[in-house]
Design a protein around this ligand. Sequence first.
Ligand code: ADP
Ligand code: NI
Length: 213
Amino acid sequence: MNIIQNTIQFVKEKLEGAEAGHDWFHIERVWKLSKKIALTEDCNLEVVELSALLHDIADPKFHNGDETVALKISREFLESQNAEEEIIQQVLFIIQNISFKNRNEVPADLPIELKIVQDADRIDAIGAIGVARTFNFGGFKNNLMYHPDIQPKLNMSKEEYKKSNGTTINHFYEKLLLLKDLMNTNEGEKIAEERHQFMLTFLDQFMKEWNVD
Ligand code: ADP
Ligand code: NI
Protein backbone atom coordinates (compact mmCIF):
# COMPACT_ATOMS: atom_id res chain seq x y z
CA MET A 1 0.00 0.00 0.00
CA ASN A 2 1.43 3.39 -0.88
CA ILE A 3 0.79 6.68 0.92
CA ILE A 4 -1.96 7.81 -1.52
CA GLN A 5 -3.92 4.58 -1.03
CA ASN A 6 -3.52 4.87 2.75
CA THR A 7 -4.70 8.48 2.64
CA ILE A 8 -7.79 7.53 0.63
CA GLN A 9 -8.65 4.90 3.24
CA PHE A 10 -8.06 7.35 6.11
CA VAL A 11 -10.18 10.12 4.55
CA LYS A 12 -13.06 7.74 3.72
CA GLU A 13 -13.20 6.64 7.34
CA LYS A 14 -12.92 10.18 8.74
CA LEU A 15 -15.68 11.55 6.51
CA GLU A 16 -18.15 8.75 7.20
CA GLY A 17 -21.56 10.43 7.70
CA ALA A 18 -20.41 13.90 6.54
CA GLU A 19 -22.86 16.35 4.92
CA ALA A 20 -23.26 15.22 1.28
CA GLY A 21 -21.54 18.29 -0.19
CA HIS A 22 -18.41 17.78 1.92
CA ASP A 23 -18.18 13.98 1.97
CA TRP A 24 -15.75 11.44 0.46
CA PHE A 25 -17.29 11.87 -3.01
CA HIS A 26 -16.52 15.62 -2.94
CA ILE A 27 -12.94 14.72 -2.05
CA GLU A 28 -12.77 12.11 -4.79
CA ARG A 29 -13.99 14.62 -7.41
CA VAL A 30 -11.52 17.28 -6.21
CA TRP A 31 -8.71 14.71 -6.22
CA LYS A 32 -9.49 13.65 -9.81
CA LEU A 33 -9.88 17.26 -11.00
CA SER A 34 -6.59 18.14 -9.29
CA LYS A 35 -4.78 15.33 -11.12
CA LYS A 36 -6.29 16.46 -14.42
CA ILE A 37 -5.16 20.07 -13.90
CA ALA A 38 -1.76 18.91 -12.60
CA LEU A 39 -1.08 17.25 -15.98
CA THR A 40 -1.01 20.74 -17.51
CA GLU A 41 1.31 22.32 -14.91
CA ASP A 42 4.86 21.80 -13.66
CA CYS A 43 4.25 20.68 -10.07
CA ASN A 44 4.89 18.11 -7.34
CA LEU A 45 2.11 15.56 -7.92
CA GLU A 46 2.44 13.94 -4.49
CA VAL A 47 1.84 17.28 -2.76
CA VAL A 48 -1.14 17.96 -5.05
CA GLU A 49 -2.73 14.56 -4.40
CA LEU A 50 -2.19 14.58 -0.63
CA SER A 51 -3.54 18.13 -0.33
CA ALA A 52 -6.60 17.35 -2.43
CA LEU A 53 -7.32 14.26 -0.33
CA LEU A 54 -6.85 16.01 3.02
CA HIS A 55 -8.21 19.51 2.26
CA ASP A 56 -11.59 19.04 3.99
CA ILE A 57 -10.54 16.49 6.62
CA ALA A 58 -11.83 18.77 9.41
CA ASP A 59 -13.67 21.73 7.84
CA PRO A 60 -13.88 24.51 10.49
CA LYS A 61 -17.60 24.94 9.59
CA PHE A 62 -18.22 21.56 11.16
CA HIS A 63 -15.74 22.06 14.06
CA ASN A 64 -17.06 25.21 15.77
CA GLY A 65 -14.90 27.38 13.55
CA ASP A 66 -11.66 25.82 14.80
CA GLU A 67 -9.14 26.07 11.96
CA THR A 68 -6.41 24.10 13.77
CA VAL A 69 -8.14 20.70 13.94
CA ALA A 70 -7.48 19.90 10.27
CA LEU A 71 -3.79 20.77 10.59
CA LYS A 72 -3.35 18.62 13.67
CA ILE A 73 -5.15 15.59 12.19
CA SER A 74 -3.27 15.89 8.89
CA ARG A 75 0.16 16.25 10.53
CA GLU A 76 -0.43 13.23 12.77
CA PHE A 77 -1.58 11.15 9.83
CA LEU A 78 1.28 12.17 7.51
CA GLU A 79 3.84 11.54 10.27
CA SER A 80 2.34 8.07 10.81
CA GLN A 81 3.03 7.47 7.10
CA ASN A 82 6.64 8.63 7.47
CA ALA A 83 6.09 11.48 5.01
CA GLU A 84 9.04 13.85 4.68
CA GLU A 85 8.82 16.99 6.82
CA GLU A 86 9.10 19.18 3.73
CA ILE A 87 6.09 17.47 2.13
CA ILE A 88 4.10 17.72 5.37
CA GLN A 89 4.74 21.47 5.57
CA GLN A 90 3.69 22.03 1.97
CA VAL A 91 0.46 20.04 2.42
CA LEU A 92 -0.44 21.81 5.69
CA PHE A 93 0.15 25.22 4.08
CA ILE A 94 -2.30 24.30 1.31
CA ILE A 95 -4.96 23.00 3.70
CA GLN A 96 -4.66 26.21 5.71
CA ASN A 97 -4.88 28.61 2.79
CA ILE A 98 -7.17 26.99 0.23
CA SER A 99 -10.49 28.33 1.49
CA PHE A 100 -12.61 30.97 -0.26
CA LYS A 101 -13.33 32.69 3.04
CA ASN A 102 -9.59 33.22 3.67
CA ARG A 103 -8.99 34.69 0.21
CA ASN A 104 -8.33 38.20 1.55
CA GLU A 105 -5.66 37.04 4.01
CA VAL A 106 -3.35 34.75 2.05
CA PRO A 107 0.06 35.75 0.64
CA ALA A 108 0.02 36.91 -2.98
CA ASP A 109 2.65 34.47 -4.23
CA LEU A 110 1.13 31.02 -3.80
CA PRO A 111 2.69 27.64 -4.69
CA ILE A 112 1.40 26.05 -7.89
CA GLU A 113 0.23 22.98 -5.93
CA LEU A 114 -2.14 25.19 -3.91
CA LYS A 115 -3.39 26.91 -7.05
CA ILE A 116 -4.22 23.55 -8.62
CA VAL A 117 -6.15 22.12 -5.65
CA GLN A 118 -7.92 25.45 -5.10
CA ASP A 119 -9.09 25.46 -8.72
CA ALA A 120 -10.30 21.86 -8.38
CA ASP A 121 -12.18 22.65 -5.14
CA ARG A 122 -13.77 25.70 -6.73
CA ILE A 123 -14.74 23.80 -9.88
CA ASP A 124 -16.60 21.28 -7.68
CA ALA A 125 -18.51 24.24 -6.19
CA ILE A 126 -20.00 25.27 -9.54
CA GLY A 127 -22.01 23.67 -12.36
CA ALA A 128 -24.67 21.02 -11.73
CA ILE A 129 -22.73 19.53 -8.82
CA GLY A 130 -22.35 23.05 -7.42
CA VAL A 131 -26.12 23.61 -7.57
CA ALA A 132 -26.76 20.28 -5.86
CA ARG A 133 -24.13 20.82 -3.14
CA THR A 134 -25.37 24.31 -2.42
CA PHE A 135 -29.01 23.30 -1.98
CA ASN A 136 -27.94 20.32 0.10
CA PHE A 137 -25.91 22.59 2.40
CA GLY A 138 -28.74 25.16 2.56
CA GLY A 139 -31.14 22.37 3.58
CA PHE A 140 -28.64 21.07 6.13
CA LYS A 141 -28.58 24.60 7.66
CA ASN A 142 -32.35 24.97 7.30
CA ASN A 143 -31.85 28.14 5.22
CA LEU A 144 -34.49 29.51 2.85
CA MET A 145 -34.06 28.58 -0.81
CA TYR A 146 -34.95 32.09 -1.88
CA HIS A 147 -36.63 35.23 -0.51
CA PRO A 148 -37.51 38.13 -2.82
CA ASP A 149 -36.76 40.73 -0.08
CA ILE A 150 -33.34 39.42 1.02
CA GLN A 151 -30.61 40.83 -1.20
CA PRO A 152 -27.18 39.20 -1.71
CA LYS A 153 -24.37 40.78 0.35
CA LEU A 154 -21.30 41.33 -1.77
CA ASN A 155 -17.81 41.85 -0.31
CA MET A 156 -18.58 40.26 3.06
CA SER A 157 -15.69 40.06 5.54
CA LYS A 158 -14.54 36.59 6.61
CA GLU A 159 -16.57 36.86 9.83
CA GLU A 160 -19.73 38.02 8.03
CA TYR A 161 -19.33 35.26 5.44
CA LYS A 162 -19.04 32.55 8.10
CA LYS A 163 -22.08 33.84 10.03
CA SER A 164 -24.19 34.52 6.97
CA ASN A 165 -27.51 32.69 6.97
CA GLY A 166 -28.79 34.26 3.80
CA THR A 167 -30.72 32.31 1.21
CA THR A 168 -29.29 29.56 -0.95
CA ILE A 169 -29.96 31.51 -4.15
CA ASN A 170 -28.01 34.44 -2.68
CA HIS A 171 -25.00 32.15 -2.19
CA PHE A 172 -24.71 32.01 -5.99
CA TYR A 173 -24.28 35.80 -6.13
CA GLU A 174 -22.13 35.98 -2.99
CA LYS A 175 -19.70 33.26 -4.05
CA LEU A 176 -20.43 30.76 -6.81
CA LEU A 177 -20.74 33.17 -9.75
CA LEU A 178 -17.47 34.85 -8.70
CA LEU A 179 -15.38 31.67 -8.90
CA LYS A 180 -14.93 31.54 -12.69
CA ASP A 181 -12.88 34.74 -12.59
CA LEU A 182 -10.80 33.54 -9.63
CA MET A 183 -9.32 30.52 -11.43
CA ASN A 184 -5.54 30.25 -11.12
CA THR A 185 -4.76 27.90 -14.03
CA ASN A 186 -5.68 27.89 -17.74
CA GLU A 187 -7.06 24.36 -17.49
CA GLY A 188 -9.19 25.36 -14.47
CA GLU A 189 -10.53 28.36 -16.36
CA LYS A 190 -11.52 26.14 -19.29
CA ILE A 191 -13.43 23.66 -17.12
CA ALA A 192 -15.08 26.46 -15.10
CA GLU A 193 -16.52 28.25 -18.13
CA GLU A 194 -19.08 25.57 -19.10
CA ARG A 195 -20.12 25.05 -15.50
CA HIS A 196 -20.57 28.79 -14.98
CA GLN A 197 -22.89 28.98 -18.00
CA PHE A 198 -24.94 26.11 -16.59
CA MET A 199 -25.48 28.01 -13.32
CA LEU A 200 -26.68 31.09 -15.21
CA THR A 201 -29.18 28.90 -17.09
CA PHE A 202 -30.29 27.33 -13.82
CA LEU A 203 -30.82 30.71 -12.10
CA ASP A 204 -32.73 32.03 -15.08
CA GLN A 205 -35.07 29.04 -15.10
CA PHE A 206 -35.45 29.14 -11.29
CA MET A 207 -36.65 32.77 -11.41
CA LYS A 208 -38.98 32.03 -14.32
CA GLU A 209 -40.61 29.22 -12.37
CA TRP A 210 -40.70 31.22 -9.09
CA ASN A 211 -42.48 34.17 -10.68
CA VAL A 212 -45.63 32.40 -11.82
CA ASP A 213 -47.98 34.86 -13.44
P1 ADP B 1 -14.61 27.18 1.30
O1 ADP B 1 -14.40 25.81 1.88
O2 ADP B 1 -13.89 27.39 -0.01
O3 ADP B 1 -14.41 28.30 2.28
P2 ADP B 1 -17.32 26.89 1.76
O4 ADP B 1 -17.02 25.76 2.69
O5 ADP B 1 -17.89 28.15 2.28
O6 ADP B 1 -16.08 27.23 0.87
O7 ADP B 1 -18.28 26.34 0.70
C1 ADP B 1 -18.20 25.02 0.19
C2 ADP B 1 -19.55 24.69 -0.43
O8 ADP B 1 -20.52 24.57 0.61
C3 ADP B 1 -20.09 25.81 -1.31
O9 ADP B 1 -19.58 25.76 -2.59
C4 ADP B 1 -21.56 25.54 -1.24
O10 ADP B 1 -21.95 24.49 -2.07
C5 ADP B 1 -21.74 25.15 0.20
N1 ADP B 1 -22.03 26.34 1.01
C6 ADP B 1 -21.22 27.03 1.82
N2 ADP B 1 -21.87 28.08 2.39
C7 ADP B 1 -23.13 28.02 1.93
C8 ADP B 1 -24.32 28.81 2.13
N3 ADP B 1 -24.34 29.85 2.94
N4 ADP B 1 -25.44 28.43 1.48
C9 ADP B 1 -25.45 27.37 0.66
N5 ADP B 1 -24.37 26.60 0.42
C10 ADP B 1 -23.24 26.92 1.04
NI1 NI C 1 -13.61 21.15 -0.54
